[in-house]
Design a protein around this ligand. Structure first.
Ligand SMILES: Nc1ncnc2c1ncn2[C@@H]1O[C@H](COP(=O)(O)OP(=O)(O)OP(=O)(O)O)[C@@H](O)[C@H]1O
Length: 759
């Protein structure tokens, strides 16, 4: 953005404005923070080619253009507007005019002006940011994770099954379509019109009836087999892609939204095959419709138009039904989602409900939702009945027409009676096949909408490249290791000795200082609010640094940056002088242990939770016990009926706060990382638990570079260095005595006990 803006000449800015909307892409927060309230336009909608400055009117968040149309902007006047070209930084970060045509594109951090900008607007260059941040978030094309190419590749991997499925479909449909012909002949033979032995005809019919289910089984099993494999791969890819997004992505999307991608949305894609392999749907319907129409025109070109009318009418009725019911279906689905949400929320907060005596209120809210669900269900019922009856009316009209036209022809000797019987048989085949086909098309629309939702969420998020690279490397190392193990036919002992692993980052971190150099930071979800403004801290290797400061001063934010959940907006963090951005995030994660105020345990056994400290290798029972002993957790674990196999419940809810904390410390001990971050780890505990946890922490801190956000005077006092934060800057730095001697912010904090609790 900085480079881009500085590249704009003032002469360009002075031209008149004719466009209706103006688009600003990139991180405009820096400019806003200059208090000029002016930003540089780097993109223009429609015909405009001017680059101007103007006052920010509305923030639009990320702007998404699909097929050249603005898709997601909440501003009504922008929704659906075409963007023919975009002036600004393109996907490669270069300045230019980019034609968009019907392409899809994502512009993150966009701002939109109101129509018309002030004529006397001036250009204010934004403050410089460091090199690595320049184009990071400017403009990115949407990357479709699920696309036709991927699905085709996955399906074609199963060539043999696909060939068997298609052949079975062909043969099964042939059987189905030959049935009405045989019925006609059978009828003709019975009344003596056809001179053919009945026995021979029955054998043929028997063969067709026997083979049709065989081909059906082959077709269904192969198709489902292929699709299950495709779905397994898609599910895996979606999960993996979500997992490697930057932490900011998880600030933007609710957990429910993300899990529904993996459940509801992927299931609608799955259903497009699984629900459409039966005889009355999908591929079979299509094959039957095509086959029937062909046969009908051969059998009787005069009667075939009647059937065509039938086909078009049935398709039309079902299509109208689907369209009209769509909003009712949506309302029905929404009611069900609300019922589930309400029930989920009620049960999750049952203690709060009970303590407020809120049962009656919850029941009445639930009743309202259930009634809404019932009403939309009734509406759907009526629409369904209308669809069914109209379809029948059309079929009966077509049958009547066949009886009249066909009967007249048979009576006049212009048509064989068996042919008319076959025709009647095909009437039903065609009706059901057509209905099935339209239903399948509706399913297809649902599946495409699901694909689009998945692509929109994961395709427009920001993959954490460093994490992805690290994982890729690990995968290839694992793979190489597995191949080696396999070829040696021996079991590897893994990295059993050092949990941190033998990575260069870990080795460096045992001796190197960690430094925050002039760090500025704003959360991506609130780019306008600079939380850290030029932080400089040196965490000396093997020493303890205590971070104190009033609430909201940015202590936890520093922890988040050290954990590399976010990257600094400006400035850098180094380890032994090396910018940490050089290290893969998975390597960095191995070098840093975090123990939070509210540690999260997984819904597994205590032993498995402790072993999670080293998820990349096998952990022995002895190691787990050793870590638990050092964390003061062994005794309480032993006293539980199932010891280390005791399940801890969702997020560790079956343990007390102090017990959870000690399991988390044991996990961190097992991890044995050289850098340790303690975020108010003992502040929510009673004095007995606090003592136990603190003793465990003292063991954990030994020899590690520790940053502790502490409320306890003893921890702060004994720290090698105390850093006092105030409104995103370092207000004071020094030892306890040095800071007391200064009689500044720290002394105030100690005296007012705002931050430090005296024991
Ligand atoms: N994920 C987030 N997205 C946007 N803003 C955030 C986020 N997390 C924290 N903030 C904001 O950043 C500022 C600093 O918060 P931070 O949690 O770092 O303060 P703190 O000093 O740790 O406070 P406390 O002692 O109360 O925990 C606050 O104004 C907060 O609202």
């Amino acid at each position: 953005m900085a480079l881009l803006s500085s590249a704009l000449s003032t002469s360009t800015l002075s031209r008149g404005l004719s466009e209706k909307f103006i688009l600003v892409a990139g991180n405009a927060s820096a400019i806003q923070n200059s208090h000029r309230q002016t930003v540089v336009v780097i993109g223009t909608l429609s015909r405009g080619r001017n680059l101007r400055t103007f006052q920010i009117q509305k923030k639009c968040g990320a702007l998404e253009f699909r097929s050249g149309k603005c898709w997601n902007c909440k501003l009504e006047n922008l929704r659906g507007k075409s963007l023919r070209s975009f002036s600004g930084a393109g996907p490669d970060g270069r300045l230019g005019q980019y034609p968009l045509g019907r392409k899809s594109l994502l512009i993150s951090g966009a701002y939109i002006s109101a129509p018309g900008a002030p004529a006397d607007a001036q250009y204010y260059p934004p403050p410089e940011t460091s090199d690595h941040n320049k184009f990071e978030e400017t403009i990115r094309p949407r990357e479709n994770l699920i696309n036709a190419g991927l699905i085709a590749r996955l399906v074609l991997e199963e060539k043999q099954s696909l060939a068997i499925a298609l052949l079975s479909l062909l043969l099964g449909t042939t059987c189905t379509l030959s049935m009405p012909i045989f019925s006609g002949r059978f009828f003709e033979t019975l009344i003596g019109v056809r001179k053919q032995p009945l026995y021979g005809l029955l054998v043929k019919l028997f063969t067709v009836y026997l083979m049709e289910p065989v081909f059906t089984v082959l077709f269904v099993t192969r198709m489902i087999g292929i699709w299950e494999k495709v779905m397994k791969e898609l599910r895996f890819q979606v999960f993996q892609r979500v997992l490697i997004q930057k932490v900011a992505f998880f600030d933007e999307h609710k957990v429910g939204e993300l899990t529904s991608l993996l459940s509801t949305d992927l299931n609608s894609i799955k259903d497009i095959v699984n629900e459409n392999v039966s005889r009355d749907r999908g591929f079979r319907s299509l094959a039957e419709v095509l086959g029937t129409v062909g046969i009908l025109f051969v059998l009787s070109p005069e009667l075939a138009p009647v059937m065509s009318f039938l086909m078009i009418s049935v398709a039309g009725i079902v299509a109208i039904y689907k369209r009209t019911t769509m909003p009712v279906f949506k309302a029905h689905g929404l009611s069900m989602a609300r019922i589930s949400d309400l029930a989920g929320e009620t049960f999750a907060a049952i203690r709060t409900v009970r303590s407020f005596g809120g049962e009656r209120r919850q029941i009445s809210m639930f009743q309202n939702q259930v009634v809404a669900y019932q009403e939309s269900g009734n509406k759907l019922g009526w629409l369904k009945a209308a669809n069914e009856s109209w379809t029948r009316v059309v079929v009966y009209v077509a049958l009547m027409a066949l009886y009249i036209l066909g009967g007249t022809k048979v009576k006049a000797g212009k048509m064989a009676i068996g042919r008319l019987v076959s025709f009647i048989g095909y009437t039903f085949t065609l009706t059901f096949a057509m209905q099935g086909l339209v239903n399948t098309l509706a399913d297809l629309r649902g599946a495409l909408a699901a694909v689009d939702r998945i692509n929109t969420v994961v395709g427009t998020g920001k993959v954490d490249e460093s994490l992805a690279r690290g994982l890729e490397l690990e995968n290839s190392e694992d793979h190489a290791k597995l191949v080696r193990e396999d070829s040696n036919n021996s079991v590897s002992d893994g990295a059993a000795t050092s949990s941190c692993g033998q990575t260069a980052v870990c080795e460096l971190a045992w001796t190197g200082d960690v430094t925050l150099e002039d760090v500025y930071f704003a959360y991506p979800s609130r780019p306008d609010a600079m939380v850290l403004r030029g932080i400089n801290i040196v965490l000396k290797a093997g020493t303890v640094t205590a971070l104190v400061g009033s609430s909201g001063s940015g202590k936890s934010t520093i922890v988040q940056l050290l954990s590399r959940f976010y990257e600094p907006t400006k400035g850098r963090i180094t380890l032994a002088g090396e910018d940490v951005r050089k290290f893969d995030k998975s390597d960095w994660a191995r070098a840093v242990s975090i123990v939070n105020q509210e540690p999260v345990l997984f819904a597994m056994s205590i032993g498995e939770n402790i072993a999670y400290g080293a998820p990349y290798r096998e952990v022995s029972k002895e190691e787990i016990i050793e870590a638990a002993k050092a964390a003061n957790a062994h005794d309480f674990i032993q006293s539980l009926p199932e010891g280390y196999d005791t399940l801890v419940g969702e997020r560790g809810s079956l343990l007390s706060g102090g017990q959870r904390q000690r399991v988390a410390i044991a996990r961190a001990l097992l991890k044995n990382a050289p850098i340790l971050i303690l975020d108010e780890a003992t502040s929510s505990l009673d004095s007995v638990s606090e003592r136990l946890v603190q003793d465990a922490l003292d063991i954990l801190m030994k020899g590690r570079t520790t940053l502790v956000i502490a409320h306890r005077l003893s921890t702060v006092q004994s720290a090698n260095q105390i850093v006092v934060c105030g409104h995103g800057v370092v207000a004071e730095k020094g030892t306890h005595l040095e800071l007391l001697a200064k009689k500044g912010t720290y002394t105030n904090l100690v005296q007012t006990q705002t931050v430090v609790t005296v024991e």
